[in-house]
Design a protein around this ligand. Sequence first.
Ligand SMILES: Nc1ncnc2c1ncn2[C@@H]1O[C@H](COP(=O)(O)OP(=O)(O)OP(=O)(O)O)[C@@H](O)[C@H]1O
Ligand SMILES: [Mg+2]
Length: 307
Amino acid sequence: MIKVENLTKKFGDITAVENISFDVGESEIFGFLGPNGAGKTTTIRVLATLISPTSGKITIDNRDIRSDSEYVRSIIGLLTESPGMYEKLSAYENLDYYSSFYDIPSDRRRSNIEKYLKMFDLWDRKDDPAGTYSKGMKQKLALSRALIHEPKILFLDEPTAGLDPESAHMVRNFIENLKEEKITVFLCTHNLEEASSLSDRVCIIKRKVVRIATLSELQNSDKNKRVEIIFKDNALRYTGLLKEFREIKDIQTDNNRVLALVERPEITNPMIIKKLIDNGAGIIYFNEIKATLEEIYLDLIKNEEEK
Ligand SMILES: Nc1ncnc2c1ncn2[C@@H]1O[C@H](COP(=O)(O)OP(=O)(O)OP(=O)(O)O)[C@@H](O)[C@H]1O
Ligand SMILES: [Mg+2]
């Protein structure tokens, strides 16, 4: 659905993104992650045809975004980082105005406006000027605006920033359900729990692409795995035994619990279990703990900084 080849965007001396390439499939949720200033918003702005790339080739729905920008704009919805509304117009009027740019029959326009204002709990306030809305209400209104013309691709730059927990939860559920409507979602977020629960794949950038993978690919790519062992009695009794394995690192104990990093766990874990049992340990629980996206992300970004 989106194909980016060797995109570079410079602002004078600053290179915001350098030679990045990726593909996003139809109805995929593509998490686009990276630290402040990594080039996420810049990439979205290029893809949404708001600014032109310095170099690179980009197609959306198989159309070149430069030569076919009008078509591209008609099939994308965009929630920007700090969305602006016409403050004096009511929420309803704002949506009515924006949707008038698109080729949708007026009754459908009206029903879409109603659908989203109701969905985002703004219907009761639809006649109030957008300028009187709270931050979260403005964010929900901006999301409605991004959706009003039934786009095939939705670019979301921090969609849950500033939302209360209930609204953020609702927006996440909503994003998840877009899959059923075959809508492709390009999701920029600093909320890594949100990214890991929603994204089919994540792309981590820091000016350049650091990594593109599914969460389970990221979790499985590390040869070392964190292991948790719960004993019947105090774990300190067994740390000596564990230290005999050179494959075990970073042993931490807490009452009857041990956390440790194990190299090549598929070979080492059975040996650990045998040794512990041979030495009379009562093991209640032995479990491999998957790294969270946050741990993996921080590790990847740290490695990138040390390069
Ligand atoms: N219009 C502009 N003029 C000059 N520099 C810009 C412009 N827009 C972005 N940049 C620079 O490009 C780099 C990438 O910025 P961008 O907004 O894309 O980062 P981001 O990944 O969205 O960061 P954040 O997580 O803080 O939103 C930054 O160094 C920024 O200063
Ligand atoms: Mg940004």
